[in-house]
Design a protein around this ligand. Structure first.
Ligand SMILES: [Zn+2]
Length: 268
């Protein structure tokens, strides 16, 4: 058995690649949906093994210690689901509006939620890194030097949601493959997660520009609006449902080079 990358104890717990509560909220306990990575795989339950990381963290870190982080994420997602028009108009996230007076710590907890996800992705990638910066942040340190987020709103997913949600519960969850660039002792790793129209990009790197580092003093974060003009291919030409979803998620980021540019822009 491996050791938990967060606290060093024995790793006996499997973190979900998608949050179990998101899967249950969207699809119920038994469901019929597709897991899209390189190809689509049909899955039937939120407990499906493909939805989980192998055992790389311990139960304490996966459940007790990170419960506050999970709660901050749930509040964030509910707020984004309920305030689409406001978010579109303002193109920013206001953490005081999301969390109330405790927004500084709650914003940190939200970042810690994504830090756990990113750490699990990095540990299971081809190039595991020393994750001390991330684990200390998750365990309570107030800052992280190597990890940052950027939020986006994808209008096309809202359209899709409105269309399909008429006659059934429709939910969209997407987990982009971990990308890395740079050299062996100075790699940048990055990915994104989408929950309906809200996409959270994460980047782990030694090379984050000081003014792009995670900041828990700023009440607001920019929300990049990915509008319908972003897509240049006729949507009706897409071959299948999962091709369409991939297209909506990646848009113009259809090559490795373009995705690297996308992440570089977040940290440089
Ligand atoms: Zn642990």
């Amino acid at each position: 058995m491996e050791n938990c990358w967060i606290c060093g104890d024995l790793a006996d717990s499997k973190e979900h690649k998608f949050k179990a509560s998101d899967l249950k909220r969207f699809y119920g306990k038994k469901f019929d949906c597709y897991y899209i990575q390189e190809s689509a795989v049909q899955i039937e339950s939120y407990k499906d093994r493909i939805l989980k990381f192998p055992e790389i963290i311990c139960t304490k870190c996966n459940v007790t210690l990170t419960r506050k982080h999970d709660d901050a994420y749930d509040i964030f997602i509910n707020y984004c689901h309920q305030n689409y028009d406001l978010l579109l108009e303002r193109a920013e996230l206001n953490f005081e509006n999301i969390y109330g007076k405790n927004w500084v710590e709650q914003k940190r907890n939200l970042y810690r939620y994504f830090a756990k996800h990113a750490g699990c992705k990095i540990v299971t990638s081809e190039y595991p890194q020393d994750l001390t910066d991330l684990s200390e942040f998750i365990l309570g340190k107030e800052k992280t030097e190597k990890f940052t987020l950027r939020f986006e709103l994808k209008m096309i997913i809202k359209l899709l949601h409105t269309f399909y949600n008429k006659d059934r519960e429709f939910g969209h969850l997407f987990n982009a493959q971990t990308l890395y660039y740079g050299y062996y002792d100075n790699l940048t790793l990055a990915g994104w997660l989408s929950n309906n129209w809200i996409t959270t990009n994460w980047v782990y790197s030694k090379n984050i520009n000081p003014n792009k580092k995670s900041d828990f003093i700023n009440k607001t974060e920019r929300l990049k609006i990915v509008d319908l003009n972003y897509y240049d291919k006729n949507l009706l030409e897409t071959e299948s449902y999962y091709e369409m979803i991939k297209y909506f998620e990646f848009g113009k980021l259809n090559t490795l080079e373009k995705r690297i540019e996308h992440y570089k822009e977040i940290i440089e």
